[in-house]
Design a binder for this molecule. Structure first.
Ligand SMILES: [Zn+2]
Length: 67
């Protein structure tokens, strides 16, 4: 069944892409109501999000690099 192999590879690539898009591991540190405060375990950035699993992107990547 080549289709099964193709499907498995497709899912694997999709998982890799998803992890690459959201590499941060958000830990909920506070916040009440709909807006919750999260802290990134990877880079230490603090962000607010209404989502249960944290912001979609790392806030650190949005800032320009300080040289
Ligand atoms: Zn981060």
């Amino acid at each position: 069944m080549p289709i099964a192999i193709f499907l498995a590879v497709f899912i694997f690539i999709g998982l890799l892409w998803y992890r690459r898009r959201n590499p941060c591991r958000w830990e909920r540190v506070g916040g009440k109501g709909t807006l919750k405060q999260f802290r990134c375990k990877t880079c230490g950035a603090v962000a607010y999000s209404a989502r249960y699993d944290g912001p979609e992107q790392c806030k650190k990547g949005l800032e320009p690099p300080a040289l």
